[in-house]
Design a protein around this ligand. Structure first.
Ligand SMILES: Cc1cc2nc3c(=O)[nH]c(=O)nc-3n(C[C@H](O)[C@H](O)[C@H](O)COP(=O)(O)OP(=O)(O)OC[C@H]3O[C@@H](n4cnc5c(N)ncnc54)[C@H](O)[C@@H]3O)c2cc1C
Length: 324
């Protein structure tokens, strides 16, 4: 049976969310093709990851090598090429992340297979792979048709596919020996340095009250921050709020800011541009307050309040009777 490869992305002892999103996408595409999806796990001492992934993928292909412990596109490329030559998957999915952007182009050149980057949709129609890419800052969607080839590569934009719940399937774990014979030292992993978090880390918050340009000005912020605190949450914002210096950059949610997945996300005066929504649509419950009933934010909201935020904020400040 033909396969779709999904390259597992892991860092600092954790499988990254994009892996689960790609597994879901890979599973859907594979079932349409009568094929199966395979999680390709490259690393060192990654037995625990393999077991975790076996609940999600039909098969987990593992290559362990000390040179694969941390992501490095050079050994990764060598190992992936040898696996692709051996198993001949018709499609290999890679995350459109710093990791994937480093690896995918050279892999595509090495294998001579087409690559479509930053896909927000993939399908197989009229005997061809087709991809959708969002271009010009999300204003236009381009439909791409790929030329005929033995194999294809696609990098998927994070946050587009939701990671499905574990299916409880016990996929087989296949261990392949590493084809790396000698040390590759042209490019070396030295150290992973986490970007310093100044002030509040919005990515860890369970409740986020997020403000957009629709609040009108920075003078509204203290009142909204008070509401956020009384709910046990933190304040975040859309990009124009940062551009206008109403709040610092570390509070920005969006493709050029932070990705958040709180239990509750309250969007106040935010229109719901794709660049914002991509990074907050994984929130458990989204509440939108916007005076325009046609604002796109209502498309992702679980609850919507169509009103001027000035009328709603005082109500949010009132605690129901009996609540401490
Ligand atoms: C390359 C690129 C990267 C980007 N990255 C990001 C990013 O990381 N994060 C991000 O957020 N954006 C980003 N953007 C910008 C994005 O395209 C939007 O312009 C932005 O998200 C809009 O912000 P907003 O919703 O606050 O403002 P607007 O689009 O102006 O929306 C304001 C909303 O407030 C509502 N409103 C007005 N007055 C009231 C009121 N009194 N009460 C209630 N509602 C009211 C309006 O109806 C409107 O819907 C990026 C753009 C590009 C091109």
């Amino acid at each position: 049976m033909r396969e779709i490869f999904v390259l597992v992305e892991h860092r600092q002892g954790k499988i990254r969310d994009i892996t689960y999103e790609m597994l879901e996408a890979g599973e859907k595409l594979a079932s349409q093709q009568g094929a199966s999806s395979t999680a390709v796990l490259l690393g060192h001492n990654v037995k625990n990851f393999a077991e975790e992934l076996a609940a999600k993928a039909a098969k987990v292909l593992v290559v362990e090598d000390v040179q694969l412990e941390h992501f490095n596109s050079m050994p990764y490329q060598k190992v992936l090429c040898s696996l692709i030559v051996k198993y001949q998957p018709f499609l290999t999915l890679i995350g459109h992340t710093a990791f994937g952007m480093d690896l995918a182009p050279s892999l595509s050149v090495e294998m001579g297979f087409p690559l479509v980057t930053d896909c927000i949709g993939l399908s197989f129609e009229e005997s061809r792979w087709k991809a959708v890419r969002s271009i010009y800052g999300g204003k236009v969607n381009a439909n791409i048709s790929m030329r005929e080839s033995k194999g294809y590569f696609a990098t998927l934009r994070p946050g587009v596919y939701s990671p499905g719940a574990p299916k409880g399937k016990k996929g087989g774990i296949v261990i392949e020996s590493s084809p790396l014979q000698e040390a590759i030292d042209i490019k070396k992993f030295i150290e992973y340095i986490e970007a310093p978090i100044a002030g509040e880390d919005i990515t860890q918050a369970e409740i986020i009250v997020s403000v957009g340009q629709g609040i009108g000005g920075p003078e509204q912020i203290p009142m909204i921050e008070e509401v956020a605190k009384s709910l046990g949450g933190v304040l975040a914002c859309s990009r124009p709020v940062v551009d206008r210096n109403w709040l610092p950059k570390e509070r920005q949610v969006g493709i050029s800011g932070k990705t958040v997945k709180p239990k509750v996300y309250i969007a106040i005066g935010i229109s719901g541009a794709f660049q914002h929504v991509t990074a907050m649509q994984g929130s458990e419950t989204i509440i939108a307050i916007n005076k325009d009933p046609r604002a796109p934010i209502f498309g992702v909201a679980d609850y919507g309040i169509v009103d001027d935020f000035q009328n709603v904020i005082p109500l949010l400040k009132e605690k129901p009777k009996g609540m401490k």
